[in-house]
Design a protein around this ligand. Sequence first.
Ligand code: SF4
Ligand code: SF4
Length: 288
Amino acid sequence: MFKIAVASGKGGTGKTFVSTNLYQTFIEYGINAVLTDCDAEEPNAASFFKTELIESKQVTQKVPQIDSSKCLFCGKCQDWCAYNAILIIKERGLSRVMEELCHGCGACSVACENGAITEKEMLLGEVINFSDNSGCKIVEGRLKVGVYTPVPVLKRAINSTYADLAIFDSPPGTSCPFIHTVNASDYVILVTEPTPFGLNDLKLSVEILQKMGRPFSVIINRAGLGNRVVHDYLKRENIELIMEIPFDKEIASAYSKGKLAVSGRPLLAAKFSSLARKLTDKIGGIAL
Ligand code: SF4
Ligand code: SF4
């Protein structure tokens, strides 16, 4: 399976727009592809397709619970926790686990020599599978409201993805969820907009991908709206500009109504076909 992440340094640049329309293009070529929505805090890729829910699996994590009748308030579990998820105050007889900060590493259970710590399952979210008769398959990671980190849920969504080609709609930003998504990918497309803000976030993403050694190229969305700062930067840094999407009110309106922009727009469909061909040339083994 070849995995392409569509990412951006900030939200609102058109990452999901690119993921969904690129996915539709691959499906129309008859490619066995899956679209995985890794934006677990706010997944919406499935809403662009007429799919049915096939199955939903809960994602849980083990979190510790402290039996205060056995706790000696020695503080060892707190010292071993790298995520500051345990608070022990001996003077007050207080031992508390902050479940929302816990990463489920199990270190505190190992640290406690008094048998005061046991583990329970905590619900983090779910991984949902959608599909239809035309070959469309979507995997969605969805975080439970109030859960602090989407990483375990998006990891499970990625691990539930099976096809010849996978497109990951990455979470926005450049923090842990982005790193985990691009780390699981073979190739990354960064989506940006031609403005100083777009350039700033693009630079952060590029720096990370270069450090990780991930191959990538850039799409400029809403081209013509801003200035040439992003074009100049890409030229200077010798970074491939793989596609430009011109700003078009009609496209923006269709997107806001949950419609795929490639449907009924031959010029845009041709642009996405060209993008799909460039990507398959990079991948090898998949012919359009
Ligand atoms: S290591 Fe065990 S005994 Fe010590 S404070 Fe933690 S739970 Fe209590
Ligand atoms: S399981 Fe790991 S992260 Fe969670 S409270 Fe224990 S040591 Fe901290």
